[in-house]
Design a protein around this ligand. Sequence first.
Ligand SMILES: [Zn+2]
Length: 78
Amino acid sequence: MKTMTCRQLGGACDLELRGDTADEVIKAQDRHLREAVAGGDTAHEPALRDMKGRWKHPITGMGWYKNTKKEFAELPEN
Ligand SMILES: [Zn+2]
């Protein structure tokens, strides 16, 4: 398991997201952003917009995805 924070993934808080793969952590972040915004948290709105935009624009989103995977790969196991 590895841990990345919401902020490391472009979000607005220091919530820790854990997973065995970068994809798991990205999915957890996606869920966290949706829940935060649904709960009225405006600080997470830009991050959610970016996250949604990545799926709509796979080419530009790919850079973020690759960086996040690389960052994840370099993290120590915990
Ligand atoms: Zn957050």
